[in-house]
Design a protein around this ligand. Structure first.
Ligand code: ADP
Ligand code: GLC
Length: 471
């Protein structure tokens, strides 16, 4: 069986968040299990892609209304990633430094999807399954089933994974002519709330829909940013499969990005060296428990709560807090300004820094995730793998992966995304940290939890097999 993942992100070539991690690791595990898996993403203008040689394998063109866009499909030479990577090179729309955030993102995502399908139509050996990720590729299930030009692909089963239903990619009917010719009787499939909604379209047209944790799938029936009715209607074809993590990239014993490597036997000294580096770099006292946050500074992550949480915690508790992230400019500014008030116990790096994130997982004592919405969350799994105790709100995948220390578990959980709940959890963290024997025992246990893709990759393969039987 051959599966093609279509995505905007794939680590290490393009990563903004967890989508990049998932698409950069799941294919490797699936290929290891005998299910050949390829990935296609845009060719972005960045060093991570440019440093690899690629080979031109297809030249094509697609039109958006009256505009024609030539593109190339290039295949990366290196096979060291454990799967084949194909890139859509389109110089005007896709060859840009950033993955998202442009005014013409709608046009960019549609050109990407049309280019992939144009290539597949002309490919001799077609994939057995097309697996789409998020709204950026959510039109593909519709395009293959209903657009005349892609008729030769209509028997290929499509799977859509929803990584985050908050983002749906809606655009207005002025752009209907971007969709190549189809029978207008089917126009309702594109529609949600009088807009063309790629995520809703994907949910309606994909053969199966998955989300990235079982609990998030349940939550979506009641809370899905306007799509809850659709998701409960389509319930029968939906399944929640918990994300995994890449145990090779995220391995404290071999991770080249951290200050000192360690395993279960050397965890105390190894983590201490990483914490020491952080404390020296950010001017903290190594004796105090270090709480950290890593992530996009957006409302869904509860990032707007962080400045007040920092102020409240540092006024009352003897702790250090480090925040790594970028996003909402007002939150960024408030976080920067707080540095003046707490020069020896708080710091922030506003930006994206992969190396620093690894050192934080390896050196911080606790990782904060006060998320309002967290479809799965990978940070808590990285924290566990590196021995940092996760402090999470019970939501989405966080609820599926973190059990509170009060329930014989290994993390600290609260119910509400507000300052008081997070403050109480930090306070519980301090109390836990002060009983060093128990704290160390828990650290040693959490690094052994297996959140690798092994289990979940098998579930995806079962799902693909069930679709091949339907064909
Ligand atoms: P999401 O995809 O919603 O952003 P996840 O928890 O699934 O959240 O994944 C976030 C990923 O992005 C993790 O690999 C995390 O370490 C990484 N990350 C987020 N923000 C930053 C940052 N500022 N610098 C480095 N890595 C980051
Ligand atoms: C999304 C979600 C996050 C999830 C990630 C990977 O960005 O916000 O919770 O872990 O996708 O599936």
């Amino acid at each position: 069986m051959r599966v093609l993942h279509t995505s905007l992100e794939c680590y290490p070539f393009a990563k903004v968040g967890g989508l990049g991690d998932v698409v950069g690791s799941l294919p490797k595990y699936m290929t290891d299990l005998g299910c050949t898996t390829d990935v296609v993403i845009p060719y972005f203008d960045n060093k991570k892609i440019d440093q690899h040689e690629s080979e031109l394998i297809y030249n094509g063109s697609v039109s958006l209304g009256k505009y024609i866009f030539d593109f190339e499909i290039r295949k990366l030479f290196s096979s060291s990633f454990g799967f084949e990577v194909y890139l859509v090179y389109q110089k005007d729309l896709l060859f840009r430094p950033n993955v998202y955030g442009y005014e013409d993102d709608t046009e960019r995502f549609i050109v990407f999807q049309l280019a992939v399908l144009d290539w597949l139509v002309n490919l001799e050996t077609k994939p057995d399954i097309i697996h789409c990720h998020d709204h950026h590729t959510g039109l593909i299930p519709f395009l293959v089933s209903h657009v005349d030009a892609f008729q030769s692909l209509q028997d290929i089963p499509t799977v859509l994974t929803i990584h985050n239903a908050q983002y749906q990619g809606q655009f207005s009917y002025d752009k209907l002519d971007y969709i190549p010719q189809f029978d207008l009787h089917n126009i309702g499939l594109l529609d949600w709330d009088n807009c063309i909604n790629p995520l809703a379209t994907g949910i309606k047209c994909a053969w199966r829909v998955t989300t990235v944790s079982p609990n998030y799938m349940q939550e979506l029936q009641h809370q899905a940013n306007g799509l809850e009715g659709l998701l409960s209607h389509e319930k029968a074809k939906c399944i929640g499969i918990l994300n995994g993590i890449d145990h090779d990239t995220w391995n404290p014993e071999t991770d080249p990005l951290i200050i000192k490597n360690y395993n279960t036997n050397t965890i105390v000294s190894g983590r201490k060296a990483n914490k020491k580096w952080l404390c020296k770099h950010y001017n903290f006292d190594i004796e105090k428990p270090l709480f950290a946050f890593i992530g996009r500074l957006v409302y869904e992550k509860g990032a707007d709560l962080l400045p007040d949480i920092v102020a409240e915690a540092l006024q009352h508790l003897d702790v250090s807090i480090l925040i790594l992230g970028s996003g909402n400019t007002e939150v960024e500014l408030r976080l920067q300004n707080l540095k003046e008030s707490f020069p020896n116990s708080y710091n922030t790096y506003i930006g994206y820094d992969e190396k620093l994130s690894h050192i934080i997982y390896a050196g911080a004592d606790f990782l904060l995730m006060p998320s309002r919405v967290e479809p799965c969350g990978l940070n808590q799994m990285y924290a566990l793998r590196y021995g940092s105790i996760p402090i999470v709100r019970r939501t989405g995948g966080l609820k599926d992966t973190v059990i509170d220390i009060g329930e014989d578990g290994f993390g600290i959980c609260h119910n509400r995304a507000n300052i008081q709940d997070v403050y109480n959890s930090i306070k519980r963290g301090v109390e836990f940290y002060n009983v060093q024997k128990k704290y160390r025992k828990t650290q040693k246990e959490i690094v052994k939890i297996d959140h690798s893709w092994n289990n979940s990759a098998k579930q995806y393969i079962e799902l693909y097999k069930s679709l091949k039987q339907l064909q």
